[in-house]
Design a protein around this ligand. Structure first.
Ligand SMILES: C[S@@+](CC[C@H](N)C(=O)[O-])C[C@H]1O[C@@H](n2cnc3c(N)ncnc32)[C@H](O)[C@@H]1O
Length: 242
């Protein structure tokens, strides 16, 4: 009857919300992202229709959700992190609303704070950072990033989808006036058992992160220097840090 856009959290299956898990366990159809933990897909009923989103274009996916919704099934669209943070959840909602299909969003734990936290980094800290700026680094050409604005923004900068462009992003920020010695970290596969992170300064963070795997987040700001011991940070299966 309804298409539920459910946030699956950043990787660790334990970070799906209780409401999200209830919906997965009772759905008729599950359409899931590649980054969603396989354990969560296994929670769907045995007779549920399972559809991986892999290699389906966004426009086709919107149509698929509308079609499934129109059949009267309960559909869970399980998305990485939070559906409304760089998740194109808004586009899916627009398509559903336009088609008159009932929908509901179930927020998820976003990588924006959970992934830095998995490496011991708080994105805000009293007296250190009272502002967080989230950007997509998908294209470092300046299309996505206004380096002048970002370089002068106080607080913490969190860059999604920037792993392939780390050098260009760091260089762009420094050229726009950001202190090259600003603490910076890249956290790869945060909250997952094989997660890794590196910490350094803005000028050399791309080199330090050269071997890290996707998905990864870049965190820039003085909070990175706090980085509490990872042993004290809850992750399902431990967290390797260099
Ligand atoms: C398309 S965005 C989706 C973000 C998601 N909606 C959220 O709220 O976390 C995917 C990007 O999120 C970041 N990301 C997601 N999960 C991550 C993880 N476990 N570790 C590091 N970065 C992650 C990466 O920058 C990745 O390229």
């Amino acid at each position: 009857m309804t298409v539920f856009l459910v946030g699956a959290g950043p990787g660790d299956p334990g970070l799906l919300t209780v409401r999200g898990l209830e919906l997965v366990r009772s759905c008729d159809a599950l359409v899931y992202d590649v980054l969603v933990a396989p354990e969560l897909v296994e929670e769907a009923p045995d007779d549920a229709i399972l559809i991986s989103r892999e290699s389906v274009r966004q426009e086709e996916l919107n149509e698929l959700l509308v079609e499934l919704g129109r059949t009267g099934l309960d559909v869970v669209r399980l998305k990485g992190g939070d559906p409304f943070v760089f998740g194109r959840g808004g586009e899916e909602v627009e398509a559903l609303a336009e088609a008159g299909v009932p929908w509901e969003v179930v927020p998820g734990v976003s990588a924006m704070s959970a992934v830095p936290a998995s490496a011991g980094i708080p994105v805000t800290h009293r007296g250190v950072s009272a502002q967080v700026t989230l950007v997509s680094g998908h294209s470092a050409s300046g299309e996505d990033l206004d380096f002048a604005q970002l370089a002068s923004a106080p607080g913490t900068l969190v860059v999604f989808m920037g792993l392939a462009h780390l050098s260009a992003i760091a260089a762009g920020l420094i050229a726009a006036g950001k202190d090259r010695h600003t603490p910076a970290a890249v956290v790869s596969r945060g909250t997952l058992a094989d997660g890794q992170s590196v910490r350094g300064e803005l000028w050399d963070v791309a080199r330090l992160a050269a071997d890290l795997a996707s998905p990864a987040l870049l965190v820039v700001g003085d909070v990175v220097a706090l980085a509490y011991a990872s042993e004290s940070v809850s992750t399902r299966a431990g967290f390797a840090r260099s």
